[in-house]
Design a protein around this ligand. Structure first.
Ligand SMILES: O=c1ccn([C@H]2C[C@H](O)[C@@H](COP(=O)(O)OP(=O)(O)OP(=O)(O)O)O2)c(=O)[nH]1
Length: 167
């Protein structure tokens, strides 16, 4: 399947699947440097516009490495990029690191990059070209939603939210 992608900036990186086959997704690259302070949510530019074929969507998901190594999280995972969307794809990222006033600033490898009172403590810097998230193209079903008075019964019924216990 072919998916058209347009760069809004010459520095935007056209993503590729890392392996010739078998990868579900391709990484999304930050277009520019962004500092994220503790508790902050930022929109990270990719510099890319996609033309997703009708019947599909692009989902933005976290990279496990970034989640395992840092306190950066994709805010709205999975982010939905609609087939009809012709704007720049942005990645919403939260810094959930509690601010302990350490004066340290980290990069996405969780290496300390600054120790300087000019930087907000416990902030992260995402550098231009960092792979901050991944994207997966998935089929979607557009259902016809029909209002009714009665629904079919099931064994589970209304049980949910831990009703079966945790073990
Ligand atoms: O992480 C995301 C999520 C969404 N979008 C873009 C593509 C998507 O098609 C559009 C709208 O997203 P969504 O439907 O999640 O936003 P909404 O809050 O429901 O706003 P809208 O009223 O614009 O649909 O924003 C992104 O670039 N990144």
């Amino acid at each position: 399947m072919e998916v058209k992608v347009k760069r809004l900036h010459p520095d935007a990186v056209i993503p590729q699947y890392a392996h010739e086959s078998g990868d579900s997704g391709f990484d999304l690259y930050a277009l520019e440097d962004v500092i994220i302070e503790p508790g902050q949510t930022v929109k990270v530019r990719t510099g890319l516009v996609f033309e997703i074929p009708e019947g599909y969507e692009l989902q933005i998901r976290p990279r496990s490495g970034v989640s395992a190594k840092t306190k950066l999280r994709v805010s709205n995972t999975p982010g939905t990029v609609d087939a009809s969307f012709r704007g720049e794809v942005m990645v919403l990222v939260d810094n959930i690191k509690p601010c302990v006033q350490s004066g340290l600033q980290y990069n996405i490898k969780e290496e300390v990059v600054n120790w300087d009172d000019n930087y907000a403590p416990d902030s992260y810097i995402i550098r231009k070209g960092d792979r901050i998230a991944q994207a997966v193209i998935v089929p979607v079903i557009r259902a016809e939603l029909v209002e009714v008075d009665e629904l079919g019964t099931t064994e589970r019924g209304e049980g949910g939210f831990g009703s079966s216990g945790t073990r």
